[in-house]
Design a protein around this ligand. Sequence first.
Ligand code: SF4
Length: 351
Amino acid sequence: MPRAKLRALTTVDQLVAEEWIAGGSVVDIRDVVTNFSLRISAEMRQAIGSGDHGLLRQFVPSAAELRVGPEELSDPIGDRAHMPVDGLTHRYPDRVILAVTQACDVYCRFCFRREVVGQGGLLGEAALAAALDYIRATPAINEVILTGGDPMTLAPRRLRGILEALAEMDHVALVRLHSRVPVVAPERIDSALIAALGAHPAVWIVLHSNHAAELTENARAALGRLSAAGIPLLSQTVLLRGVNDDAEVLAQLFRSFLRLKVKPYYLHHCDLARGTSHFRTTIAGGQALMAALRGRVSGTALPTYVIDIPGGFGKVPVADPWVRAGSDPGAYLLTDWRGGEHLYRDPERAI
Ligand code: SF4
């Protein structure tokens, strides 16, 4: 049956019309969206309308976002702590993150960059040129990760221009795009976008998806187009309380990825972004889920469970020797890639 044409949802009045005001008053929700952007793509709006609450919780604002814990940070993974030029994070010697836009097709309620996404548009021409100059002048950079916002919201012509510039730099062997677009706005994956992705010889896509209900018929077709074009696909999933903190939900998602030729890559512990404590699980809870998955799904379906050490110290697997239980319940010692040690405590509300 043909689907009714929906548009993206961007206002509180539209939430009211959809009867998607839950867990707070309309006034609370207006307060939330003053600080954190609201946008639900047409594809996800349609999917939520079909009644899946794993999706509703990810995209529909809640008054719980007004609660900011003392441990929560405006820049939880420390992007700005390693920013030699605007829009470019250089945390590890051999790779950089280039935030080419602040726009996304959806604004996820748990986003670790929620303070910046939706607040602006494209990285300006001068800043982009400065970032490319920095990469050009730094031969140690082997890999460039395009992110944002969502880099696949760029017009194909602009994306092609960036990839062509990177392709001219011999030391940039690999370009990774971190994107939610194939799932939340699959109509963007057309021949023009796929042709643009061919402008660098080694483009990989890391798909952000958290629940099998996101893998709609349109999303599956879009992923099929990308894999038919020979683009390697990996996944990243955020572990979210009330969305996917269940072994069977995760097993279904990871098995679906493999069927779509997407290799499960990372399961992220939910970062300490402001107003997201209602999404956060405990470290022990995440480890128990990974243990429950082992044996239930094949090794190819298992991602690595990782945590970004708050403050910009990088990502580590949630396993010994990088993450070790401390003396108090809920306290952990995290060891970063340089050997530095950091205390992490499960926020009280997650326990
Ligand atoms: S698509 Fe990614 S960057 Fe955009 S809001 Fe969601 S998690 Fe954040």
